[in-house]
Write a protein that binds this ligand. Structure first.
Ligand code: XIL
Length: 377
């Protein structure tokens, strides 16, 4: 039987044989220039000798990517090989959310897509982050279209957590147990649109963490949100909530900073390394692990200036360096492999190019910013 390491080496070798990008390392393909699909013998098409997963591992960290079912599995020779070559953590962009995995009715689940992703992770020596068990968005109509009495809704929530966490027991490093439970601005409990907060109040948060712990005691349990990276009322609110959970004995192991950043037209908008370190340390002092869970940095498109692109690269370097500077920060994940698949393109019109690879699967300047920061002494 092959050991885990030799299996990994074999998988990476297979990946290396199949890997082939197009365009330049800075993400451009000059007019008339051949892509690597057209001519894989060009020097620019050489498979990199270093990878994000290799560089991160050397620093005791893991580096991951979210994948969407529309892309993952659809283009195995290009998309999937880069995922396995570069990353050692994988996250489902959508297929573990209620609207996908628990779409049809209370007692039926759609395991096929997430099972395929988890099997891919195991074959390629990757860890899995589970995303997400409780959220106000992407819920099925059988759930949102029913008026539940609180006791029944608690049972429905527990059933879901038992089923999903139980199904993947022993195969998931960390679950985003509760996602985006607090409002921007004030940091008050997010009620609008949430069947959980509407019917159960803030108590659903404790309940979800307790149930997840019972379903897989070995999985790390995370609270995950955005706009927590810089100081403010929302950060304070989440800090107070988790402090309270800790003092009440509610099981919580970590906090996920989504890290969806935007470079503005004046090249501002990305937090400094120092700000990020201070934030990570604030939460690490509660005994929490830190994961950067959904990193992307969008720029204006078309027409981002070189100052904006420089700020974008600096942003990726800042996040990476901040994670390396804080021992509790163990995992960084980018939200999508290549620019074309990013949620940014539809959610933030006028912005894009937010990721590390272009649509020919070539490494961009943003990739080089991350790999340089990972390589720094
Ligand atoms: C996004 C997905 O990437 C999209 O494909 C989907 O249409 C909407 O959700 N915060 C989260 C993620 O926690 O689950 C979201 O993912 C992006 C924002």
């Amino acid at each position: 039987m092959m050991g885990a390491v030799s299996r990994l080496v074999a998988a990476l070798a297979a990946v290396a044989l199949g890997a082939c990008g197009g365009g330049n390392d800075d993400g451009t393909t000059a007019p008339g220039e051949k892509t690597c699909q057209q001519d894989p013998t060009q020097p620019k098409c050489a498979v990199p000798t270093t990878t994000l997963r290799g560089l991160a591992s050397a620093k005791g960290r893991s580096f991951g990517v979210s994948v969407d079912a529309t892309f993952f599995g659809a283009n195995p020779a290009a998309y999937d090989v880069v995922v396995a070559r570069e990353f050692n953590v994988i996250v489902a962009g959508n297929v573990m959310k209620w609207s996908s995995i628990h779409r049809d009715s209370r007692y039926s689940y759609r395991w096929a897509n997430p099972d395929t992703m988890v099997a891919f992770a195991q074959t390629n020596g990757m860890k899995v982050r589970g995303h997400t068990l409780v959220w106000y968005q992407q819920n099925p109509t059988w759930l949102t279209g029913t008026t539940w009495d609180p006791e029944t809704l608690k049972v429905v929530l527990k059933e879901h957590i038992d089923s999903v966490v139980g199904h993947y027991k022993g195969k998931v490093l960390a679950w985003d147990v509760v996602n985006e439970a607090f409002n921007d601005g004030t940091g008050s409990l997010r009620v609008t649109g949430s069947p959980w907060a509407t019917t159960l109040g803030a108590g659903y948060i404790d309940l979800a963490f307790q149930e997840a712990r019972a379903a897989d005691p070995a999985a790390l349990l995370f609270y995950n949100d955005y706009n927590l990276e810089t100081p403010g009322l929302k950060q304070d609110s989440v800090f107070a909530r988790i402090s309270g959970m800790k003092s009440r004995g509610i099981p919580i192991d970590g906090i996920g900073f989504q890290a969806h950043f935007q470079v503005n037209a004046d090249a501002t908008g990305v937090p400094t390394k120092e700000t990020l370190i201070a934030t990570f340390n604030r939460f690490a002092a509660l005994g929490l692990k830190i994961h950067v869970t959904e990193l992307d940095i969008r720029v204006r498109t078309p027409g981002a200036t070189s100052a904006e692109l420089t700020a974008q690269n600096q942003g990726f370097a800042n996040v990476t360096a901040a994670c390396l500077a804080v021992p509790a920060c163990e995992v960084m994940v980018v939200w999508g492999l290549n620019d074309g698949e990013s949620w940014v393109n539809t959610t933030f019109p006028g912005y894009g190019q937010a990721l590390l690879f272009d649509d020919s699967f070539s490494r961009k300047a943003t990739y080089n910013a991350v790999s340089s920061a990972l390589s720094a002494p």
